[in-house]
Design a protein around this ligand. Sequence first.
Ligand code: GAL
Length: 991
Amino acid sequence: MPCESSAYVSDTAPGRGSLRPARSWLHSDAARLPLNGPWRFRLSPTASVAEEFAAEGFDDSDWDDIPVPSHWVLRDDGAHGRPIYTNVQFPFPIDPPHVPDENPTGDYRRHVGIPADWAGAGRVLLRFDGVESLFKVWVNGVEIGSAAGSRLTHEFDVTRAVRPGDNVVAVRVHQWSAASYLEDQDQWWLPGIFRDVTLIARPAAGIEDVWLRTGFEDGRASVDPEITADAAAFPVTLRIPELGVDTTWATAADVVPFDVGGAEPWSAERPRLYDATVSSAAESIALRVGFRTVEIRGDRFLVNGRRVVFHGVNRHEAHPERGRVFDEDHAREDLARMKRFNVNAIRTSHYPPHPRLLDLADELGFWVVLECDLETHGFDKVGWTGNPSDDPAWREACLDRIRRTVERDKNHPSVVIWSLGNEAGTGSNLAAMSAWVHARDTGRPVHYEGDHTGEYTDVYSRMYASVPEIERIAADDSPATLMNCTPAQSVRQRGKPFLLCEYAHAMGNGPGGLDQYEALVDRHPRLHGGFVWEWRDHGILTTTPDGTPYYGYGGDFGEVVHDANFVMDGLVLSDDVPTPGLHEYKAVVQPIRFAFEADEVVVTNLRHSADTGDLRFVWRVEHEGAVVARGDLDVPVVAAGGTRRVPLPPVPVARDAETWLTLDAVLAAPTSWAPAGHVVATAQSDRSAPRPTPAVRHRSGWRPGDGTLRLGFAEFAGGSLVGLAGRAVTGPRLELFRAPTDNDEGTSDDLEDSDATVAGVSHAELWRREGLDRLTARRLSVTCTADALRTVDRVSAANSAAWVMTESVWSVEGDELELRVEIEPSSGWTTVWPRIGIRFDLPDGAAPVDGVTWFGLGPLESYPDSARAARTGLFSSAVGDLGVDYARPQETGHRAGLRRLTLASADTEVLHVTALADRLGRRPGFTLARHTPQQIARAGHPHELPDSTTTYLIVDAAQHGLGSRSCGPDVRPGFALRPEARTIRLRWARA
Ligand code: GAL
C-alpha cells in the first residue's frame, strides 16, 4: 500500500481544496506578482516522501535551484531524470487509476513578499498555468489544495493563508498520477511547473470574469456581453473607443446584447481587432475584440457567412531546449513563419497552448481549433477496456478539463471550433463534455475525431483518410458507407462539414501528394481542408558523450519503452528550418491561382473574404535561367472567390534556350509577418520554342577489347571509367536503392490505393529482402570502336534470381563525350523500386567537388508526388546544402527535371554534364551528396554518418514517390515506381 500522504496520486478527481471555478485568462490591472524565477527544488524517486518540506520553517538550504517555468528532466546536469518519448504506449503499467511507486516527485519552495496594500484585497489567488501532471500546494504551511490537468489553468484561493510581508509557497509535483491516463498524447513526458505561476490580488468589487461574445452578420456587428461579478462591482462600463462604444451597466440585469455600428469583421486574413476595456470602480480589464460569426449551415462551415477552408497545421508546444515552456518571441516568429508559408489555421494539438498564443493568433490571424487536454490512446492496447472516456469514475475529470479549456479562452475571435481532445476512444464522458460545450457556447461547434459515427459532434472529422476515401465522403451520390459507420450514420456524417484534423504526415522526407488533397477541396464545398500533422519536429537538443550536439528522439534517453523518431514529423525541423515539405505545402495551398492561356492569364482569388488589394503582380522572362525581361502586371482587384482574365506581356522567345515566364503575387506593403515583396503565390509557363533532342548515333564495327583506353578526355581501365578531364571519376554503377525515408519504412496497411505488395510490411523492408541495397555486378562484355566503348553488365543481389542488364556506351561527340546507359530489368522483381539511377564517384583528390550549378527544377528537392514548389531555373548550391538534415538520415536532395549541371571545386568549374531527354521527353533528376544511400541508411542520427572522402553524383531516370505511409496512405499508384526499362543519356564536357 502506498503511504497515506501519496494515495491521492491515484485519485481521479481533478482537484481538491480551495480550487476556484475556471474563468477567462484576462489582462486586468489588478495587482499581481509573477512567481516565475528561481525556486528551491528537490527531486525524490517516489511520491511517498514525507510532506514536512511544506512547513514554513523547513530548511531547504541543501536543495538546488530550479527555474520556474521549466521541466526538471531537461536540466542539463543529468541528475534530474530524463525525458521519455512515447506515442500511444503508456510508459507505466496499464493499471488505472494507479501509477507506479517509482514516481519522480519534485518539491518546490520559494519566498514571496506580499505588499501591505494587498491586505485590502477581496481575495488572493495563486494561479498555475501549467504543471505536469499532479500538484499539491501549501502557503505558509497551510495546505491549500491539489489539481491535475497539465496544460490547464488552475487558480487556488489562498486568501486565508497569506499575510503581508514574507510568505512561503511550497508545491509538490508528481510526474505520474491518475491524470496521466488522460494525457497520453504523442509527445515527450515532461514533468514540472512549466508555465507561469502568479499571485493575484482580486479587488473586493472586481470583475470575476468577462465574456464579450461578438457577431458579424449581414454587415452588422454585435456584442453579447456576459459579466461575472458581485453586485458591488457595478456599475460596469464597456468601452471600445474606436467604435464609439461607451456603455455603462448599472446592474447585472442591464447587461444585454447590442449592435455596434461601423465595425469591420475579423477573419484570419484580415484580423481586425478593436481595443476594449471593461471596468468597475475597482478594476479594469483590457480585451481585444474581433467581430465574427461562426456557423454551420448544412454541410458548410461558415465564418461571417462564407465557407472556410482550413490550410492548417497541428501545433504542439515544443522547443529543443525548453520543451513545452512558452517563449513568446519564439512563438510569434513561428506563427509569422506559418503566415509566410500560407498556413491559415492551427489545431492546438492536443491541449490548450499557453494562453498568450491565442492573443497572437487573434492578432496575426488564424482560424483556431482549440483542443482540450485529453487523450487516452494507450487503452487501445487493451481493446479500450477501462477507457476513462466511458467510465463514470472519470466523468468529473473529463468535464473539468473541457470547462477549463473553454472558460479560459472563450474571448478569442480566432477560436472557431472547440475540440474535446484526441484519440480517447468514445463514450458517455465525451458526449457529456460536448453537451456541456453546446450549452455553454452556442456560437462555436464541437469537434472530436473519435466520434466516428457523429453521435455528439458537429463536424465530420477524420485523420489520414486517403484521397479515394475522401472522394467518397465528398460525393453526394456515393452509395459507400463511411468508415466505422452504418448506412444511416454515413448519411448523418455526409450531412456535416468535413475536415481532416490530421493528414499528410510530415515525418522525414515528405509528405507526398498534398496537391491531390487540395484538388478535392477545390472541387467539393463540403470539404473544408485540414491540418497537416504536424508543424514542427520535437527533437531535444542533447550531445553525444564526446560533446557533439544533436537532436535526440525516442530511445536517445534510455527509455524503457519508446517510439523512436515518430516524434520528428514536422514541416519545420527542430532548429526552425522549414523543410521542403513546407515549401511544397505553401505552393499547393497558395490562395491565388494562375491559369495560363496563349496571351492571357486567369487569376483566381481563393481567399475566404479578402480581395487582392494587398498584392502586386510581377512577371519575369528567363532564357535558360537568365532574366531577359521583367515588369509589373496590371491585375484589377479580384474579390474573394472571383477570377480575372488579364493580358500577358509580350514574351521574347529564345531560339537556342528554354524560355520561361514566371508570375508572382507579392505583398504590396509590409505586414507584421512578412516584408513587402514577399511572394504569396507563384506560377510558371513554359514558352520555349521546340528544340529536338539529338538522335542516338547508330554505331557498327564493335570489336572485343580489354577496355583500357582513352576516349576524348575520359580514361578507362578494364572497360570501367577511371577519370574525366584529369580527375578520378568512377561509374556508372547501377543504383536502385535509396536510404529509406520514414514513409518508405512505414507499415500502415491502408493499401486500397497503393502498390505495396504485403500489408503491414514496409517498402524498405522489401527492398532489403530483395537486396536492392547490396547489388553486385558481373561484366558480360567489353567492346570498342575507334571512338566508342561499350560494356554490358548483369546486376543482381546475393540469393536473388532477378537481375538487371545494363548496357553503357561511351562515345566521342565532337568536344563532348556521350554516355548512354540502357537499363533493362529481368522478370521476377516483386517490389516497387526506390529509384532507377546510375552513380558516379568523385574522390576528393587534391580538391573535393563541393559545389554545383544546375538548370532544371529547384531550388529545393523534388519527388514525383512533391514537385509543386519546384520551378524551372538556374540554381547553385554547395554540396553540403543540397540535402536536408532530417533527424534520422534518409533519402534527400533529389532534384528532378535536370537539363544541365556544372560540378565545381573551390569555386572552379570541373565538369559540365548535359542530360538529354529520353524518347518520351522525360528528363532525369540528380543527387549530389557526400554519402552513398547505403551509408545514409545505416545512420540513426546525422552524427553517425562516417567521414567522407568522396562526392557521389547519382543521376536518376526515375524515383519512387514519397507518400505518407509513416502514418497514412502510401504513394499513390500514379507516382509509384515499378521496375521498368529506362535510358539515361548524358553529355559530358570539360569545364
Ligand atoms: C495521430 C495522433 C497524433 C500523432 C499522429 C502520428 O494518430 O493524433 O497525435 O500521433 O497520429 O504522428
